[in-house]
Design a protein around this ligand. Structure first.
Ligand SMILES: NC(=O)c1ccc[n+]([C@@H]2O[C@H](COP(=O)([O-])OP(=O)(O)OC[C@H]3O[C@@H](n4cnc5c(N)ncnc54)[C@H](O)[C@@H]3O)[C@@H](O)[C@H]2O)c1
Length: 257
């Protein structure tokens, strides 16, 4: 197999959570451009429909499912719909997540639990249901979105629940990789740095590199969601056939600094 074929996911059936915006949308489009049909899940129906149309414009099929990754019922329904319509699931990008910025001494337990429930428990529920489908297929590829905040504690924002949940996602990925290697399922995590998904308005050229977050990043800029797509295609294609239980930092050098 040549190197271009190794990076192809032609004919594969993929499922992406958090696909209405940001990293999830950009990665769903990258998977479609690399040849996959992509099922999309998110709480945001309007954004999902937009992503679905963008996939169809690229000549691939899309299934759109509005649902919450913390609901076992929703996640089971979404994966079952993929199996009913497409007969198999080859790729799962469990990416949906939430954030908080509250000093630890002021944070209610409910808020801590909300963040862990979405970021860690939601990733587990999504990966478990995808894994069950893939065991039925005889194999597959799962990627979970962690964060560089699962490795380091950022400043100045106070995000102890987020950081803890994302450190948990890294170990969840390693644990599933070990358990499911025997089924031919590879599981990896990605740990992005500051990816500018919080705004859809591009920075003016003179604004690039001016924030503290960018100056603390050796490449001196925010990452773009599209820059994650290539890594997702790599991790879910045969190009990474010997990679499992790994975590990929994609942070412009932030954690090396
Ligand atoms: N942007 C960054 O700098 C950055 C850095 C590291 C990690 N991450 C992680 O990347 C992932 C994607 O974030 P993004 O930056 O693209 O943000 P985003 O807000 O653009 O996208 C997140 C999507 O997840 C969806 N979502 C949230 N909770 C959900 C739930 N319970 N069920 C279903 N969908 C839900 C949202 O509706 C949204 O469309 C998250 O896990 C985030 O923690 C982001």
């Amino acid at each position: 197999m040549g190197i271009k074929e190794k990076f192809s996911v032609k004919g594969k059936k993929a499922w992406v959570t958090g696909a209405a915006h940001g990293i999830g949308r950009a990665s769903a489009l990258a998977l479609a451009e690399a040849g996959a049909d992509v099922a999309l899940m998110d709480l945001n129906t309007e954004g999902l429909e937009e992503t679905g149309n963008m996939i169809r414009e690229r000549g691939r099929n899309a299934i759109v499912f509005t649902g919450d990754i913390t609901s076992e019922e929703d996640v089971k329904k979404a994966v079952n719909e993929v199996l009913e319509k497409w007969g198999r699931l080859d790729i799962a990008f469990c990416n949906a997540g939430t954030f908080q910025d509250i000093p630890a001494e002021k944070m209610e337990v409910q808020e801590f639990q909300r963040v862990v429930q979405v970021n860690l428990t939601g990733a587990f529920i999504s990966a478990r249901e995808a894994g069950k489908a893939m065991i039925g297929n005889g194999g597959g590829n799962i990627v979970l979105t962690a964060s560089m905040s699962g490795h380091i504690a950022n400043i100045p924002q106070c995000q102890c629940a987020y950081n803890s949940s994302k450190a948990g996602v890294i170990m969840l990925g390693k644990s599933l990789a070990i358990e499911w290697a025997k089924y031919g399922i590879r599981v990896n995590t990605i740990s992005p740095g500051y990816i500018r998904t919080w705004s859809d308005i591009p920075l003016k050229p003179e604004e690039v590199g001016t924030s503290n977050f960018e100056q603390w990043t050796p490449l001196r800029r925010f990452g773009a969601a599209e820059e994650l797509g290539a890594l997702i295609v790599y991790l879910t294609s045969d190009a990474s056939s010997f990679v499992t239980g790994a975590d990929y930092l994609i942070d412009g050098g932030y954690t090396a600094f």
